[in-house]
Design a protein around this ligand. Structure first.
Ligand code: SF4
Ligand code: SF4
Length: 387
């Protein structure tokens, strides 16, 4: 089963990672090694302290700073259901010119609004609220309305899909079915993307567990893209970007003072924000909603606090408790915060077009074909496991 991103142990992983990292001016070899080891943390093979020490000197030499967290994250709360461009050059020069210690102070200043919340310095303190989703693939009709609504809301480039709807045919174990799976950033509780970010532009927000990118401090090294097993990161493209909707009209500055909303500028990394500008809005009607959830005509997307048993996603998971429930690539260990309802795609699933194509909606298809389940996960799915 296809395709991207390859798993870290796969022979294609090296080439895939090099293709991404070679397009930046930063050290490709360092990016590969640190990303692989970040995934080893998620798998429980390496401690965060060892990881930090191993790369500290190299990261400082390459970026002039090393803002990666040093402390281990506290135990995860079990309330959660168990289931490139000129900008790069400028930023690099600024970092180098500032020098190691001075740069560290400068960047700490940039992120100072949230400096005492632990999100930059103390690992990933466990938030009281964990925003997430239940996505009901049994209801999804692959109309692509979620993807289109996101694009209009966040003004992302035309080939970029923060929610990407995989449409696939699965001929496995004597069964032939056509099915759909919508993949967002999973806003992981153990986000390997944050472990490799030299500036902690990529961080997990303490109060609600959102994993965000601070557009003011991202240097566009793409290390987070390679360290993410889900293939959900897209670097902001050349301007003018090709957009479907109007200019982003939400507030780009989040409640922690960091610039996190809407589409990223050129050369800066972006991904689904769970519509952070809505969560941080003064408008109570917007809080607790995302554009994709509201656009879905069959109510397949349920967004809310995964730690609140009365939240919409938790209620929906209870309603569908007789159905199979699973988390995507759960075996990787990133602790994703999206729970899927329905049959897990098998290793034999193959991408198909339709029923609606991205082109029909004036959107180009994304770069990624599919995130496949490993054989053992597919087997579990057949047995009707509930996460
Ligand atoms: S899905 Fe990828 S980008 Fe999103 S939080 Fe997890 S590791 Fe980070
Ligand atoms: S958020 Fe920006 S600076 Fe941090 S790892 Fe990703 S591309 Fe590099």
């Amino acid at each position: 089963m296809a395709d991207l991103p390859p798993k870290k142990g796969d022979p294609e992983w090296e080439e895939w990672a090099e293709d991404i990292l070679d397009s930046t001016e930063f050290d490709t070899d360092l990016g590969k090694r640190i990303s692989k080891d970040a995934l080893r943390i998620a798998e429980g093979e390496l401690s965060k302290a060892e990881f930090h020490e191993r790369y500290s000197d190299e990261m400082k030499a390459e970026f002039g700073v090393d803002e990666r967290p040093t402390e281990p994250a506290p135990e995860t709360d079990t309330a959660m259901p168990r289931v490139p461009g000129d900008r790069n050059q400028t930023r690099r020069n600024v970092l180098k010119a500032m020098g190691g210690a001075a740069a560290a102070v400068g960047l700490a200043g940039c992120v100072g609004a949230s400096a005492d919340d632990g999100s930059e310095t103390g690992g990933n303190p466990e938030p009281d609220t964990q925003l997430g989703m239940a996505i009901d693939t049994e209801r999804c009709i692959a109309c692509l309305q979620c993807s289109e609504a996101c694009k209009e809301e966040n003004n992302t480039d035309i080939g970029v899909h923060w929610p990407y709807v995989f449409r696939y045919e699965d001929e496995h174990a004597g069964e032939n079915r056509e099915d759909f799976l919508t993949r967002h950033c999973q806003h992981c509780s153990e986000p390997s993307c944050t472990y490799v970010c030299p500036t902690q532009a990529r961080y997990r927000r303490t109060e609600d567990g959102l994993v965000l990118t601070d557009y003011d401090t991202c240097v566009g090294c793409k290390y987070c893209q390679v360290a993410c097993p889900y293939g959900v990161n897209y670097l902001g493209k050349d301007e003018p970007n090709e957009v479907v909707g109007n200019e982003f009209d939400g507030d780009r500055v989040g409640r922690d003072g960091r610039t996190v909303g809407g589409n990223p500028p050129k050369g800066v990394m972006g991904k689904c924000t769970f519509c952070v500008h809505r969560q941080d809005s003064d408008d109570e009607e917007l809080q607790g909603t995302t554009a994709c959830e509201q656009a879905c005509p069959v109510d397949a997307i349920h967004f809310g606090d995964m730690k609140d048993r009365d939240s919409d996603p938790r209620e929906h998971l209870r309603e569908k408790e007789a159905s199979n429930q699973y988390k995507l690539l759960d075996e990787v260990g990133n602790e994703p915060n999206i729970v899927y309802i329905g049959k897990r795609p098998s290793k034999d699933a193959e991408p198909v077009q339709g029923p609606v194509s991205y082109e029909q909606l004036n959107m180009r298809d994304g770069n990624y074909d599919y995130v496949g389940a490993p054989e053992d996960a597919a087997a579990e799915s057949e047995e009707g496991d509930a996460a």
